[in-house]
Design a binder for this molecule. Sequence first.
Ligand code: GLN
Ligand code: ZN
Length: 749
Amino acid sequence: MATSVIGFPRIGENRELKFSTEKYFRNEITQKELFDQASQLRLKHWKLLQDAGVDYIPSNDFSFYDTTLDTALLFNIIPQEAADLDLSPLDKYFALARGYQGEKGDIKALPMKKWFNTNYHYLVPQFDKTTQIKLVGDKIFAEFEEAKAAGINTRPVLVGPYTLLHLSEFADDVKLEDFVPQIIAVYTEVISKLNELGVSWLQIDEPSLVKDMSAQDRVLFNKIYDALLAKKASLKVLLQTYFGDVRDNYSDLIKLDFDGLGLDFIEGRKTLELVKSGFPDEKFLFAGLVNGKNIWRNNYQHTLKTVKQLATKNIVLSTSCSLLHVPFSVANEEFKPKIKAHFAFAKEKLAELVALSSIFEGKNDNLLAKNQKLFAGNRINSNEALKEKIANLTEASFVRTPEFSKREALQKEEFKLPLLPTTTIGSFPQTREVKKMRARFKRHELGQEEYDAFIAKKINDWLKWQEEIGLDVLVHGEFERNDMVEYFGQNLSGYLFSKNGWVQSYGTRGVKPPIIWGDVTRQKPITIKWSKYAQEQTDKIVKGMLTGPVTILNWSFPREDIPVSESTLQIALAIQEEVLDLEANGIRIIQIDEAALREKLPLRKSDWYSEYLDWAIPAFRLVHSKVKPETQIHTHMCYSEFTDIIPAIDNMDADVISFEASRSNLEILDALQAQNFKTEVGPGVYDIHSPRVPSVNEIENAIHKILQKVPEHKVWINPDCGLKTRGERETKASLKNLTSAAQKIRKEL
Ligand code: GLN
Ligand code: ZN
């Protein structure tokens, strides 16, 4: 049984790519140096896969920022204003990814969206009247040849045409269908070029197939692939899917002339059933049986049982998705050996694939025995008291009283805020200084007192500055936090933290998801000290700042031995204690971030409620159900793609919600209006994922747009996310413009 990997983490074992790229952004290295470092990294990774014994090694899974953007540029899908910029190709690429503001012009970054149900983000290609699709790039070819020169025969990877079209945005004057002939033409050109280069396999990624497909979608897919596969000549084509099953067009896939089908057996609930219903003998089944998204060891016995049920000859053992979504290696972590034994990060998963293959061939029984032993024992002792507490929750435990409209009136009276109150999402820039101080504190080079004094000073400075520019509801700035999930996890039982377990989130940004190891409870107050301190420094209101249970869960590596819904309720009870503690300590507005609520929404609509929202929304409600009527609960969500779940969001029953909106053109406003959204809203008026400073005028326009759709007494003015990743200069300039814009418009009302 051969082995295959869909993609490998490109940031590097020690985030080398991130650091090189950021150095390039800061002009500390040249383009050539950046290219050289990237090249070394690619070679290192290919070698690693080869040495591990993996048979099918991907190339072109590398990216300086995002592979969807790479694909768009390969085909010249680039907005005119960016094409016109007088910059090098690489700088143009980064301009599209991050926006550009400089002597050559001023363009906004492309919209960015979550990649399916992951915390990775892709850049959204834009199609309009001016789009001229043609093959202009050579990255996919160059990287194949680069590997070949090093003696490694790779399988190039490309985002497929169906998924590319599916993920893109189309201007009003064009539609998707207009571009299909050109898309077929350029993909055909790629195929013929790969043939010329002597490539044996091409991997085309079509994860969009795991989403609901209409009859029209199926027709489109078949049309594209009938044309492409007719031209494949000696090139073998692997159609790779992941993040679910392909129930809607499996019957088409097995008929089309693909040489291999890559299917996900981990998240694809129906995959096994589909394959059992029939799989053509002449095709290769790339069976995604090693979880590419979670960090637990594979249960070999379990996996091999599945393999044996696959009624097909040509099986290639694969990961369920790209390993991009797990950290690099567990080798450098400091967990106790007993704990470590349970984890497999990307590098270890390679060994798992190879081990499984050899066990399957009857070669390595000792590895199987060792693995069986790991899964046989009791990993943890469960918390019986907590179990009982959850069992005793009633419907009333999830309902806050009085109802929203009564609270809204009470709170207007209580806070007496002006119309269009201004606020921020919580964090202020985590400058090098802040990070350095935290690192020194962690290494015990700095005592508690000194560190506290530093944090207190940061809070004081920023509170004073917020007062000066006239923000209405202040924040303390979250300087004491490294990360909005890790900070909480560190004060909850049941959590484990890696030292170097970074996973790419977008561009050069990574996250280090904690691991839910056992039952979760609150061990001690978490945010009380600094929230209370901040509130004591000012007469204005300072928001308490918490992370909600669904986000804590979604941004952690979850357990696989109990349902995620149960883990979430455990976390919700812990955060509920914190909420009540904040309230008891005089905090009158509490923001409970659910930044990642949308992230784990099932990819198929039919599963949305039954598989997710039916427990996720109640978990949030549980957290704030016991607060006083006049305590104002805010929540925040990143990415405004929730037009389709607006009733569920309203049903979280928060008093105010802020969300990202600017980078998706405030498109959510129509839906809020149409569906009579009750919760007060702060649609972000500028994009914080880019260093560019929005002008007062730009922000005024955004506010006007909001006021056209949302009643003025329900509108809050804020940026679209926390500011921790920004520099101080742009943060201050942007927020000053924000308050000026709000003040100007207030006068007009
Ligand atoms: N309160 C958090 C912050 O401001 C929210 C971050 C987020 O939404 N990702 O950083
Ligand atoms: Zn956010």
